[in-house]
Design a protein around this ligand. Structure first.
Ligand code: ADP
Length: 493
């Protein structure tokens, strides 16, 4: 091994430190499960000190288990999760508010009622939602005595998890973030790439508490030598979905990646021209920035994909393991006209129907549990197709879709996905695509790779699925799915 890059992947449920070499191969990986706190209905919190402890512990294990010195660090993280700390002491003010936390729902409804929706969408690319950081910052400032005054005096720092990790690894020297994380705060103008003063006014958030925004591949600074025994440059930062897009080498306009887990996240590279970002059904966001060229992306978040499989296992008990769905679907001739819309928490992109309810449609006398199992699996592929159809360039593209995550182990699902999209589906060889992406961003900055052209050949696929279905069958299945989607919204009173 000539080079070693340490990727820190701070996720919702775990913190991982992974060493990659110059061939993009995973050399060592260390992980700690994180605690989540649910103090009230709809509230989700993380302990900021635990995040730092686990980051340092896993990173130290990775560093001490290789012979090389680490050349650079890349940091990728759960996005939107918000915390505020005191500038002087570095002490966090309470727990971090997790991305799933919906405590600010009412505030969001209020903002919509005041007609801020289009101002915010036109600048930040995002729909008003508790998911993003802005309303969480407001909530924290209002929850402490003199929060607003302290913020205005510059005594407090806001950060997403990347900022928090860098602040700690540099011993309070740097208060920074990267463009991709900034693009999920609902405070960044994604066209001029600066904090938007007009939007800050809407939330009454002082500029003083915000981190400096930098590109994702950049010389951010060095870790404090006391932490790892020597200083290490931090040269890559990206939010998890953006990092995974980079790890899949989605460098060209029209390329799409999908990460399948509990839900699915679909990002499409929409190229350099922000004036083309007119889409309202998907989120507009920064894909990545390289050599001062910004690539934009559309993002679709599907709330329930793997969770439909969990539900048929735990909710109605008709399978024992998620992998049972694979063989059962293969041996079940067709879906028997059953369409399962798993709108457990409403429908996300591109439908955005918060009140939609889950339905199983098309039940007849001959319907059996195997049809329902197959329909649960098929719902993942249909939902991903809905997002791809709504994206600007991907809907017309025939480029392969690059995929990773837990559900990609299911060969029936992957084949069905290729059939329904009528596009090749390529499963990533390195399952840790998220961590790999930021390793590439960090390595590019220090010259391990000189350009993305050197990265493309080392991003490989393990399994490739070619579309085989006749177009008449595809059209018929998809139109029945679209009818089922309509029905799931009709259930709303
Ligand atoms: P997350 O990162 O969201 O926790 P993972 O990438 O670990 O998710 O994937 C787990 C999800 O994938 C679970 O919801 C599970 O039901 C689903 N899953 C795992 N294995 C399979 C499989 N072989 N077939 C279908 N679904 C699966």
């Amino acid at each position: 091994m000539k080079h070693a890059i340490l990727s820190i992947d701070q996720g919702t449920t775990s913190t991982r430190s992974i060493i990659f070499n110059e061939n993009g191969n995973l050399v060592k990986s260390f992980q700690k499960e994180s605690n989540l706190f649910f103090p009230k209905n709809g509230w989700v919190e993380h302990n900021p000190k635990e995040i730092i402890l686990q980051t340092i512990q896993t990173a130290k294990s990775a560093i001490s288990n290789i012979k090389n010195k680490v050349d650079a660090i890349g940091i990728t993280n759960q996005r939107e999760t918000t915390l505020i700390w005191e500038k002087k002491t570095g002490n966090p003010i309470g727990n971090a508010i997790g991305w799933e936390d919906i405590r600010t729902s009412e505030y969001c409804t209020y903002l919509e009622s005041k007609n801020f929706t289009s101002i915010i969408k036109n600048s930040t690319g995002l729909n008003i939602n508790p998911y993003f950081s802005a309303t969480k910052i407001r909530w924290i400032l209002d929850s402490i005595p003199d929060g607003q005054i302290k913020a205005e005096n510059g005594d407090l720092c806001f950060g997403t998890i990347d900022s928090w990790i860098v602040y700690n690894l540099t011993n309070k020297k740097l208060h920074v973030t990267d463009l991709t994380n900034a693009s999920r705060t609902m405070l960044l103008n994604i066209y001029n790439l600066e904090w938007d003063k007009e939007i800050l006014k809407i939330f009454n958030i002082p500029l003083e508490i915000l981190p400096t925004i930098l590109p994702s591949s950049y010389n951010f600074g060095f870790t404090d030598p006391k932490i790892f025994g020597y200083e290490i440059p931090i040269t890559g930062i990206a939010g998890d979905q953006h990092s995974s897009m980079f790890g899949h080498a989605c460098f060209e306009k029209g390329t799409t990646k999908c990460t399948y887990g509990t839900g699915a996240f679909v990002l499409t590279n929409e190229g350099n021209d922000p004036s083309k970002l007119k889409n309202t059904k998907l989120l507009n966001t920064i894909g990545f920035q390289l050599k001062q060229k910004t690539f934009y992306a559309t993002e679709g978040s599907v709330f329930s994909t793997g969770s439909a499989v969990q539900w048929i296992r735990d909710g109605i008990g008709i399978i024992k393991n998620p992998s049972d769905t694979n063989t059962i679907s293969e041996y079940t001739k067709d879906n028997g006209g059953i369409y399962f819309v798993p709108a457990f928490n409403g429908l996300g992109s591109p439908h955005w129907k918060t009140d939609a309810e889950g339905i199983i449609s098309g039940i007849k006398r001959r319907t059996n549990k195997y049809h329902i199992i197959r329909a649960a699996l098929e719902s993942t592929a249909f939902q991903v197709k809905d997002v791809v159809e709504a994206s600007i360039t991907s809907s017309n593209s025939k480029l392969p879709i690059k995929v990773d995550g837990g559900q990609t182990k299911n060969s029936f699902l992957m084949q069905f996905q290729a059939d329904i999209l009528d596009r090749q589906v390529k499963v990533a060889k390195v399952p840790e695509t998220t961590a790999l992406g930021v390793a590439f961003l960090a390595g590019l900055k220090i010259g391990i790779w000189n350009s993305i052209n050197e990265i493309k050949p080392i991003v490989r696929s393990e399994n490739i699925y070619d579309p085989k279905m006749k177009s008449s069958e595809r059209d018929s299945l998809y139109s029945q799915w679209c009818e089922a989607i309509q029905k799931s919204s009709l259930t709303v009173k």
